[in-house]
Every structure is written in C-alpha cells, then in structure tokens.
Design a protein around this ligand. Structure first.
Ligand SMILES: [Fe+2]
Ligand SMILES: [Fe+2]
Length: 338
C-alpha cells in the first residue's frame, strides 16, 4: 500500500496472522501459573560437571565410548527441538494466542536448546565429532556411524512434515500431539536418572525429567482448555497423533519401529549391540521390560486424560493395548516431539 493510500485518520489496517500489533491478556491464570513454574525451574547445562564426565570416559575403551556417544546421537534426533518450538513461538504470535501460552512456548524453546546442548556436550566428551567426523575402524563402528546418520536423515523428513503441519492442523490438535512424546520422555528420563551410575548423568536426566514433566503439563493444559470445543473430526486426529507419537519415539524409547522409519537393514542388530556395550560400560539404558512398563505408564496417563474429554486412545498392539485401530498413518502425519 502506498503512503498516500493510507487513511491516517483511521486505525491502521493490520495484515491477518501477523505478529503485529503486540497484544497482551492477563487472564488464563492456569497458563500464567505454568509460565511462572517454567521460569522457576530453569537450570544450567553447564552446572553439570563435564570434566568429571570426561574423566569417567577416559577410563572406558573405544567401543564403550562409541556406544554411549551413539545413544546420545540418537537422543539428539528428538532433542533437536529448539527450532520446533521456536517455530511454534512465531505461530503463536502470528495467531495472537494467550500471552501466557506464548510465554510458555518461549520457555520450552529454551528448555529444548538446553537438552540439545546436553546431547552435544555428552557426545563431545565421549567421542568428539561422532558421528559426522568419526572415522570407523571396523564394520561395527561403520554401521553404528551410519545408523546415527540415517536416523538424523529421517529427522530431516520429519522436519518438513512439521512445517507443513501448521497448514493442516489447528493449535489445539498440534499441541496435544506433543502429549505422548512428553509423557514418554518424562518416564524414560526418570528411569534413566534413577539407574545412572555416573552421578553427573543422573543429575542431567533428573533435570531433564523436570523439564519434560512441565512440557507434559503444558499439553495437559491445552487439552483441558480446548478439548470440549473440539469437533469429532479433530478428536480423531488427536487419536491418530497419539499413535504417531508412539511410533516416532519408539526408536529411542522402545524398539525401533518398522513403520515410518527408513533405516539400514542392519539397524536393529547394530542398535542392540550398541545398547549392550553402553550398558556394560555402566551407562544405564532401561531393559526391554522397563521400556515396556514406561510406555504402558505413559499411555495410561495420556489415555486417562483423553478419555475425560471423549477422545479415544489408539490401539498399540506392540504393547497389547487395544483401542481405535489406526491404519492410514503416513509420513506427513508425524508431528510429535520430545
Ligand atoms: Fe527435550
Ligand atoms: Fe519436551
């Protein structure tokens, strides 16, 4: 619009879905409470004694350090979530969501940045440069490197789908889609913090679990405020997303799933070898039974809150859980995150 076309005697015409004008509202007390809690619970990844981690690593052999770096690389696929939430922040401003909700999303962005730093610091103290700048010495090392890199490549497919998701889904569906991930993350990190023999890792997992518990509380807040207004069609989408969350996160939290992931043929065998080497080194990874229990626990929690709002749980045959059968899960349906 040209300057001489503007009528300055009128209020300015803002474009739709623009971060301007700045707006504030101070109701939604539940969201404000969570925002305040997020500020209170901040912690610093540099308060972890990384020198101690490095010292511990120096007592391990090459394969053990590789296996632990491998595990952190896989985790980083899910904790590479700073841009995920940064994008949500932008969208929440464009759509003028509640001030406190935008505030919470801003804190989650910083939380995820911290988790991502923790992955990077852990890898670099175990086996600097893994996986991109790592030169394998044998076939197992070569396969482990490729496993990590191909998981990241799958992450890049997922990133594209995520950006598209904002065009297809509304915020209430999007944010409740995070629910499964946050619930699973909470249980897995709590288990890992209890099991970790290395004290610094135990602290790290404990702090991370505090963040993930809060992220879960955020998804819970959204569903408690939005579910009543949801159409049946939207509720079905949430059910589908809960299943997507399980498939997506199972790579690190359960068994590498067959659907969605495009991975090397040796993936599972090498993955299991790496997990066992890491365990032998004293790096605690839950057993298959513990993983199953963690997921059951997470699914029960999510299921009971969804049930209250008339949203069905999907069936999870892997865990013997029956529910709504999800058949048409596609690559572009995946929007969950840690
Ligand atoms: Fe995270
Ligand atoms: Fe999270």
């Amino acid at each position: 619009m040209q300057k001489d076309e503007l009528n300055f005697n009128m209020e300015p015409p803002y474009p739709e879905n623009n971060v301007y004008p700045p707006t504030w509202n101070f109701d939604n007390e539940k969201a404000w409470q969570l925002y305040r809690r997020a500020k209170r619970e901040q912690w610093d990844e540099e308060s972890i004694n990384w020198a101690k981690v490095k010292e511990w690593a120096s007592g391990l052999d090459r394969k053990q350090r590789l296996a632990i770096a491998y595990w952190w690389s896989l985790l980083s696929n899910f904790d590479n979530a700073t841009p995920v939430f940064a994008y949500a922040v932008i969208k929440s401003f464009e759509y003028h969501l509640d001030t406190a909700v935008r505030g919470i999303l801003t804190t989650i962005t910083f939380d995820e940045n911290r988790h991502n730093m923790a992955c990077g610091l852990s890898i670099s103290n175990m086996l600097q440069g893994f996986p991109l700048n790592f030169t394998p010495k044998d076939d197992l090392e070569r396969k482990a490197k490729l496993n990590a890199e191909w998981v990241w490549w799958n992450g890049s497919r997922y990133w594209k789908a995520y950006l598209e998701a904002y065009r297809k889904y509304t915020f209430d569906v999007l944010f409740t889609s995070f629910m499964m991930g946050e619930a699973a993350a909470t249980t897995v990190f709590t288990t890992m913090s209890k099991g970790a023999k290395m004290e610094e890792f135990s602290k790290l997992f404990k702090n991370t679990a505090v963040d993930e518990t809060r992220h879960y509380a955020f998804t819970h807040l959204i569903i408690s405020q939005e579910a009543q207004k949801m159409s049946e069609e939207k509720k079905k989408l949430v059910t589908k997303q809960v299943r997507a969350g399980f498939v997506f996160l199972s790579l690190i939290t359960y068994k590498p799933p067959k659907d969605f992931w495009k991975l090397p043929p040796w993936f599972i065998e090498t993955h299991e070898k790496m997990e066992n080497i890491a365990r032998d080194a004293g790096f605690y990874i839950p057993t298959e039974e513990e993983k199953e229990n963690a997921w059951r626990d997470a699914i029960m929690r999510v299921g009971s809150s969804l049930y209250r709002y008339g949203i069905e749980m999907p069936s999870i045959p892997e865990l013997g859980i029956s529910g709504e059968e999800i058949k048409d899960l596609k690559e572009e349906d995946f929007i969950p995150i840690f």
